[in-house]
Structure formats: structure tokens, C-alpha cells
Design a protein. Structure first.
Length: 470
């Protein structure tokens, strides 16, 4: 899933990528080998439309020359094409669901599996006018495609359907899948963050487990006891993880009463006092108090790997980590809500779901597929692995979600009511990478957050202003 690209989100990795193909020009486009850095140059090209067109031209020329695997036939007559990302385990769940759909409806579905760089490959397919009939999409990618008229408004389909209703889904998930007051995708999951914690480290330190209403003050009080950085530690461990991705630190900003941008998405507000206080708090966890590991201390390990190997007491992360933790963690662990700040405990309520192409020749058949995928039966199957927080309350409050580890899975549901969708401007990708890359001197302690942040905030404001001129 997309937050399987750090939520799925930003999983673009250096190096070449090749994706399995299925048909015609789509096959070529989804199989173009993207040279290192090309995808991010395409995604992050600034106001220069010439740069974007030039990069896209390179890829389309490559497609025209036949790079990738040999073209194959289109979807069977009267059938549908459906694109998605996802791991091998996710595909093992999805493929039988698609087979059941075809058996019940006699509508064949050609699956286009794009495990890497999905939104960028999908943009190429849009440019080549080979858009799949149905697309799995994350809310952070939805506005850019909806703004180009790629998706069909699903509101009328849902309004006249008697087998599925708006009330079948969390309102927050529907809000995340909407843009300009129109619903463009039916949600599969609701993606949010909680705090995973190592109960064995807590016990060894003589620290009571965090309570659901714990605060940032509680975190600062217990963090010294949960940190052990000397040679006698077995193993060396830290109180909490640290990641530069705004996905992880935005809840600190929100819970302090700040935001990344204003409600109109015209100005970056990270330099406003509440947001600035939150970022000081977050950076100090690592650079001042050393409650979180530095890059050098972490070595080649990711934060999720440090937690899984017993080297973090607390780790802010999402439901997508659960399947791996169930298989690989030997210590006792559980989850708790994000700590409360001056504005409360506020995490994201983002989502992923299924959209229909505006250009599809089979809108009614496409709706049948989307409706089938979003049914209770299908969502239960997606939920069974532990990978997602289901967007349907009837599944979320059933054993399909609540059974198994973590013991307090209901925490993922409890935080929904105080959560909020991430604000997604058209320049979201570029803004996100600016925040990751250009704030690195603050993350590493080379600059203070007061020094590093103002020029980044100014660039983000300029990007937001450009968005409103489109």
C-alpha cells in the first residue's frame, strides 16, 4: 500500500526500476527503466515546465522505441484494466478477490501491478492516454490526478447504489478520498500513526507502560530511563525513533497547535510559533537530549529495524508494520496513542482507495469492480493480514481487525476521531522532498531549526502560490 512506500508514501529508492507489463503502450511505459534520479527530477522539477516536458519526452521516446518487454494484448473484450502497487503478500490477497469478481460478474480484469514508483508511472500512462479503467490511489496523489480530470466523480454512482452507502465508511476516509467536494475514490483503508512500544524495555527500566492519555511531558520524564547508550547496555537502545519524513513529525506539529500550511494552502506556516515549538521539541529529542539515535548511531538500520531488534523503546509508525512485527519480533510489544500536546493528540487520517478513470469506456463495469473491492467481504480479506486499518467500521470493529497482536489494536480506531487528513496541495511531492532534504542540516545538528527552516518555508510558500495559479 502507499504508506507501504513509507506508509508507502516516499519509497522511491535510488537505482533502476523495472515493472512487470501487461499490454501495449501501457506495457512499455510501465517497463521503462528509470535511471537513478530521473524519477525524482521529473517529480521535483520546479516551475520550469520545460524541464518537466523534457524529462517526460525522454521517457516517451524510450517507450516509442520499445524499451521494456514486448507489448502484449489489451484487456479481454469487454473487460477492465486495473492498476495497483503492493507487495507479493498483498498480491496474494488481491488476485483471488479479482478472480471471484470475474466468476460472479463474467467481467475479466487485467491486473497491472506496479510495485515501485507507482504515481510516477501512472503519470506516464496518463500522458500516453493509456489510463487503466480502475486505479488504486493514495490520497496524497489524488489531487494532482483529479485536477487533470483523470478521475470520475463517484458521488453519483454511490448515491444511486443500493448495496453500498456512504455510511459504510469512516467519514474521515471519504474526506481523504475527496477533492473540491467531490468523491474520487472509494476507500480501502484509513492510514494513521500510533506509538509502538517495547514492553520488555519498559519492564527492565521499571517504567510503567504509557497510558492512552499520556503527554509530551510524560515522554520527557520517562525518556532518560528508556535510553541506554553506554557499553554495558545489552543492547544499546534509545527511548524513541527519529525520522526526517514529515509523515512522522507532522503529528508533533499538529499536537502543538501548528501546521505545515494554512487551511487555504497558500502559505507555509512552519515558522509560526506553535509549529516552530514542535520542531524544536522534535529535533531536541535527538540532538540535545540524545533520546533518539543519530544517523551514525543507527548505521545502516532503519528505525523500523531498530525497533524490531529491540533497540527502540518507542516508535511512531503505522499499521503497515504489523504483519512483519507479528512474524519477526520476539519481545513483548503493543501500541498506544500518540502523546498529547497543547492542542491534544492529533495524527493523520489519510486513506487509499479505488478510483475510476474519466476516460473509461465501461464506467458501469468499473463501478461494479470498485464496489466489489470495497465490499465488507473483500475488505475483511485485505484486513486479515494485519496490514491495514479498514475504512469500513463494520470490519474495523470485528475480529478480522481486532484479533491478534497488537493486543490494543483498537488504539488505531480510537485515534480516528481526533485525527485529520493531511492537506495535499498540487505540489505535495515536491514540498515533501524539500522538507526531507533541505531540513537535513537541522535533523543532523549542523544548523538550528531556526536557521534551516525560513528558506525552506519561503520556497514552500512559493510553490503553494504557483499551485493557485494553475
Amino acid at each position: 500500500m502507499k504508506r507501504a512506500q513509507l506508509r508507502g508514501r516516499l519509497a522511491t529508492q535510488p537505482g533502476s526500476v523495472r515493472v512487470s507489463c501487461h499490454f501495449d503502450l501501457v506495457a512499455v511505459l510501465t517497463n521503462v527503466t528509470l535511471a537513478p534520479g530521473m524519477v525524482m527530477r521529473l517529480a521535483r522539477a520546479r516551475a520550469s515546465g520545460a524541464v518537466r516536458k523534457a524529462l517526460l519526452g525522454v521517457l516517451l521516446v524510450g517507450a516509442a522505441l520499445g524499451f521494456g518487454c514486448a507489448p502484449r494484448s489489451a484487456a479481454p473484450k469487454g473487460g477492465l484494466t486495473f492498476s495497483t502497487w503492493g507487495s507479493i503478500d498483498e498480491m496474494a490477497i488481491l488476485k483471488p478477490i479479482l478472480a471471484d469478481f470475474t466468476r460472479q460478474t463474467h467481467i475479466p480484469v487485467a491486473l497491472i501491478h506496479i510495485p515501485d514508483q507507482y504515481p510516477h508511472k501512472l503519470r506516464l500512462m496518463v500522458a500516453a492516454r493509456t489510463v487503466p479503467d480502475v486505479m488504486f490511489i493514495a490520497n496524497e496523489d489524488l489531487p494532482g490526478f483529479a485536477n487533470r480530470g483523470v478521475f470520475r466523480d463517484l458521488g453519483p454512482f454511490l448515491a444511486r447504489d443500493r448495496t453500498i452507502r456512504r455510511s459504510d465508511f469512516y467519514p474521515q476516509a471519504l474526506a481523504a478520498m475527496s477533492w473540491n467536494s467531490k468523491l474520487y475514490a472509494l476507500p480501502r483503508d484509513l492510514s494513521n500513526l500510533v506509538v509502538f512500544y517495547n514492553k520488555d524495555i519498559f519492564r527492565a527500566a521499571g517504567v510503567p507502560f504509557p497510558k492512552p492519555d499520556w503527554t509530551f511531558s510524560d515522554l520527557m520524564r520517562i525518556a532518560p530511563k528508556l535510553t541506554c547508550r553506554h557499553a554495558g547496555c545489552n543492547p544499546e537502545h534509545w527511548a524513541i525513533g527519529f525520522q526526517p519524513n514529515p509523515l512522522v513529525w507532522t503529528p508533533y506539529v499538529w499536537s502543538f497547535g501548528g501546521d505545515v500550511m494554512n487551511a487555504a494552502m497558500t502559505r507555509c506556516t512552519l515558522t509560526d510559533p506553535p509549529a516552530l515549538a514542535a520542531l524544536h521539541f522534535y529535533v531536541d529529542l535527538r540532538n540535545k537530549y540524545h533520546y533518539a539515535p543519530t544517523d551514525t548511531e543507527a548505521g545502516n538500520a532503519t528505525m523500523t529495524q531498530l525497533f524490531a531488534t529491540g533497540r527502540l523503546a518507542l516508535f511512531v509508525y503505522g499499521r503497515w508494520a504489523v504483519p512483519g512485527y507479528r512474524k519477526n519480533i520476539s519481545f513483548d510489544w503493543d501500541v498506544v496513542p500518540f502523546p498529547r500536546g497543547p492542542a491534544g493528540s492529533i495524527v493523520d487520517t489519510d486513506a487509499s482507495g479505488w478510483a475510476i478513470a474519466a476516460a473509461t469506456r465501461h464506467p458501469d463495469r468499473a463501478w461494479k469492480l470498485v464496489r466489489f473491492l470495497a465490499s465488507r467481504t473483500s475488505i475483511e480479506k485485505f484486513t486479515s493480514s494485519g496490514l491495514i486499518v479498514p475504512a469500513r467500521p463494520d470490519v474495523a470493529n470485528s475480529p478480522a481487525f481486532l484479533s491478534g497482536k497488537p493486543a490494543h489494536s483498537k488504539v488505531f480506531l480510537d485515534v480516528i476521531k481526533t485525527g485529520r487528513p493531511t492537506r495535499i496541495p498540487l505540489s505535495y511531492d515536491e514540498i515533501t522532498w524539500d522538507l526531507i532534504d533541505d531540513l537535513e542540516p537541522a535533523w543532523t545538528g549542523q544548523q538550528s531549526i531556526d536557521q534551516a527552516l525560513p528558506p525552506v518555508a519561503a520556497r514552500i510558500t512559493a510553490l503553494l502560490q504557483e499551485d493557485h495559479q494553475q
